[in-house]
Design a protein around this ligand. Structure first.
Ligand code: HEC
Length: 138
């Protein structure tokens, strides 16, 4: 059972956010996150620190492990060798979210970050960010 609402947003360019509002057996983080469209402020305040701390040293600037660069929204969505990493509004279908867990993980790619594991709060922050449209400032 899946209900989806779609809302048109303007954040630099117009795009469509479709976020899950109700899911019979969805993870609690998704239910708690509801359908809040993300903002650039939220990205800078909540999401960017998690990426800086855990991801960008391998997927930002000059480093593009697995061909994946998270420095811009376009490249963060496009993904690397395994294809599209983020489907805005659909965390459960996004490779990036599958790789940070809590699992089950895809068996053909290693869980992320390569070493260690994000905290539950950090996972919830990234899930909510993707659910809210994966808004970024560039
Ligand atoms: C120490 C380096 C390192 C860090 C830190 C790291 N990654 Fe990765 N990442 C990799 C490598 C290497 C691969 C390829 C793994 C594989 O193919 O099994 C990869 C693959 C990926 C992919 C799939 C790309 C593709 O299409 O092949 C995604 C998405 C991803 N990482 C997201 C993240 C996120 C989100 C974080 C932070 C939570 C993160 N990574 C932290 C090294 C890293």
């Amino acid at each position: 059972m899946l209900l989806a609402t779609c809302a048109a947003l303007v954040a630099g360019s117009a795009w469509l956010v479709c976020a899950t509002t109700a899911r019979a057996a969805g993870p609690p983080a998704v239910q708690a996150a509801a359908v809040q469209a993300g903002t650039v402020q939220q990205y800078q305040h909540d999401v960017l620190p998690v990426l800086q701390e855990n991801c960008l040293r391998c997927h930002g600037g000059m480093n593009r492990r697995a061909g994946y660069n998270m420095s811009t929204r376009t490249s963060a969505i496009a993904g690397g060798h395994h294809g599209v990493a983020i489907i805005p509004g659909r965390p459960d279908d996004s490779l990036l979210i599958k790789l940070i867990g809590p699992g089950p993980y895809p068996d053909d790619i290693k869980p992320m970050p390569l070493k260690g594991k994000l905290t539950d709060a950090e996972i919830a922050t990234l899930r909510q960010w993707v659910a809210g449209g994966a808004v970024m400032d560039q």
